[in-house]
Design a protein around this ligand. Structure first.
Ligand SMILES: [Zn+2]
Length: 297
């Protein structure tokens, strides 16, 4: 089953290059700030074998939620989520190409399974210093509703996967669907991860958000220090169409584009050499995962 899931993902990789990205990811990035949700049975909880720990643990930090940077500097962070999907994960290579061509730094929050599905794309993105790569959970589950143990797995398996594939591990985490609560933020902090939200949801997850609407909204609402959330896996939607004009208009307004770490004055994620034989150390893909159990919009 594991192999089936992996091969299906790889089949979608057209062997291209920096330019294949995902589509269809997180649903409404609607924030559910600090809501206490009822525990649910998490279908991603059934794994065929325990993951192998390969990543040096990060030092625990104080629980931190970041919504934006300093309002006194005219800097802005564009962020893109690459959400894991069971049936289909996509990569919108147009988004990456636009960012590359315009030399726009950006932070990309990647799902663990998405990395497994898109190894070539991940490695290509990792070669470009303008991109900061961060943790977006492993299976894109509703993390406020799963057990502490499963939250730790979601975080760690994603750290382990990235470390094994590109030799670095994130220090920033964005919760799937933007759903956080105190417990999730604390567990992320115990894993050494800062939780990054946003103050400018672009709305690109809404099929009805046209190119024109996206451009108008983002470029009008943007403030110094804003963290903008968009998606790099929304196949068929309007992110890539709107992005060039969003960049041009924000530039015209005098904004400087930075990664989230730069926005916050943090050190960039160090790149380390991964252990030589980590290929077998990837977290296993769940034996079964019922994607339809979640409202993915
Ligand atoms: Zn997502």
């Amino acid at each position: 089953m594991t192999n089936k899931a992996v091969s299906r993902g790889r089949a979608t990789v057209c062997g291209v290059y920096v330019l294949l990205l995902l589509g269809g990811c997180a649903s409404s990035e609607v924030q559910n700030d600090y809501a206490d949700a009822e525990m649910i049975v998490d279908p991603a909880g059934s794994w065929s074998e325990p993951p192998v720990a390969v990543t040096p643990p990060l030092v625990a930090i104080k629980p931190t939620v970041i919504n934006h940077g300093s309002r006194s500097l005219k800097r802005i962070a564009l962020t893109f989520d690459a959400c894991s999907l069971d049936a289909q994960s996509y990569y919108d290579e147009r988004v990456a190409r636009i960012l590359i061509d315009n030399r726009i730094p950006a932070t990309i929050f990647v799902g663990g399974k998405w990395m497994r599905d898109h190894p070539e794309q991940l490695r290509a993105l990792a070669t470009l210093p303008q991109f900061e790569l961060a943790n977006h959970g492993f299976m894109h589950t509703h993390m406020t509703r799963i057990s502490d143990e499963r939250v730790r797995q979601e975080l760690k398996w994603t750290q382990d996967t990235m470390y094994a594939m590109i030799g670095r591990q994130p220090t920033l985490f964005r919760a799937p669907y933007g759903e956080i609560n105190h417990r999730l933020v604390r567990l992320a902090a115990e894993s050494g991860l800062r939780t990054v939200q946003f103050d400018l949801p672009s709305g690109d997850a809404d099929k009805k958000a046209s190119k024109k609407k996206l451009i108008e909204y983002v470029t009008t609402v943007a403030k110094p220090g804003s963290i903008v959330v968009m998606h790099i896996n929304r196949r068929g939607w309007h992110t890539a169409e709107a992005l060039p004009e969003i960049i041009a208009k924000l530039r015209k307004r005098g904004f400087e584009f930075v990664t989230v770490s730069e926005l916050l004055g943090l050190d960039p994620t160090p790149v380390e050499a991964p252990p030589s034989d980590t290929a077998s150390a990837f977290p296993p893909v769940p034996a079964h995962y019922d994607d339809t159990a979640y409202d993915r919009n």
